[in-house]
Write a protein that binds this ligand. Structure first.
Ligand SMILES: Nc1ncnc2c1ncn2[C@@H]1O[C@H](COP(=O)(O)OP(=O)(O)OP(=O)(O)O)[C@@H](O)[C@H]1O
Length: 281
């Protein structure tokens, strides 16, 4: 727990956007966005390819400037909140010959200078061991990262991202190309981080089903429009049909959300052209 604890964190939103807009040239991805994300909230960003999900994260990181409005992350301007942010980038596998062992990768997240002085070597080692254990990666601590499976690598990225006790954990499609078991393990780790340390989680994903048990609210982006609310409020036939500007049907099947009838151009690239399921069982 950070100094000040949950009570102090609760006083200010982890992320605050006011009249925020993001446009590239003539194309506006979203505009008029007012949003407070609470400490400890699990906030999902959903939408079809090209709707602006990754750009939303980049705006919070300060990599892409808002075209209108203001943003604050952990009470600071985007780009000034570095130490308060944990970031899990979109997954790319490490090359087989990457000269880093699993524990080295995690240590990269610990070795910062957030306390003003560099941590004593032994303290760094202890923290790295602790993080490896936390994500279930102790057994392969000394294995070169390029030899690990996608799921194993992703656990390490989570460990690296949470190493600095971030107030805001930004996750860009962290479950992509993981099997169901690893999807559950990785999303469970991220959920634990927000429960135990109060990190606000901003989780970009195409598929809500693997995180449905955890999500408090979603921002659904489509075709320059958006909607914010609980999954029950947003993932409905009427809301998604309005967002897409064409009839879309949302149904619940065995506790999972299935969306049928998305326009061709917005269908997930590696799924069938006419039938989009948020996730396959
Ligand atoms: N720096 C940039 N300059 C111009 N256009 C950009 C820039 N970054 C992103 N775009 C465009 O903005 C749109 C949204 O991109 P973004 O990557 O945010 O979408 P996304 O919802 O994350 O998509 P995907 O699901 O495919 O990852 C795309 O059409 C993209 O080409």
């Amino acid at each position: 727990m950070r100094p000040g604890g949950r009570a102090a964190q609760a006083a200010e939103p982890a992320v605050r956007l006011r009249s925020a807009a993001l446009a590239f040239g003539a194309r506006t991805l979203w505009s008029g966005l007012d949003l407070d994300i609470r400490p400890g909230e699990f906030f999902a960003v959903l939408g079809p390819n090209g709707s602006g999900k990754t750009s939303f994260l980049k705006a919070l990181l300060g990599v892409v400037p808002l075209s209108e409005g203001t943003a604050e992350v952990a009470g600071r301007a985007p780009g000034r909140a570095g130490e308060e942010i944990g970031y899990i980038p979109q997954q790319k596998s490490f090359a087989p010959d990457t000269p880093l062992r699993a524990r080295d990768l995690v240590a990269l997240g610990v070795d910062g200078h957030r306390w003003g002085v560099r941590l004593h070597r032994r303290a760094v080692d202890a923290r790295v061991e602790d993080l490896l254990a936390r994500v279930g990666a102790s057994d392969y601590a000394k294995v070169p990262v390029g030899q690990l499976s996608g799921g194993e690598q992703q656990r390490l990225r989570v460990a690296q991202a949470i190493a600095g006790h971030p107030k805001v954990l930004l996750c860009d499609e962290p479950l992509l190309s993981l099997d169901l078991g690893h999807q559950q393990a990785v999303s469970g780790l991220i959920d634990r981080q927000r429960r135990e340390e109060g990190s606000a989680v901003v989780f970009v994903t195409h598929e809500i089903n693997p995180i449905l048990d955890y999500v408090d609210r979603v921002l659904y982006l489509a075709d320059g429009r958006f909607r914010v609310g609980t999954p029950e409020e947003v993932m409905t036939t009427s809301v998604l049909s309005e967002l897409y500007g064409s009839p879309v049907e949302v149904s619940q099947v065995h506790g999972r959300i299935v969306v049928v009838g998305l326009p061709d151009a917005t269908t997930h690239a590696h799924r069938g052209a006419h039938h989009h399921e948020e996730d396959t069982p």
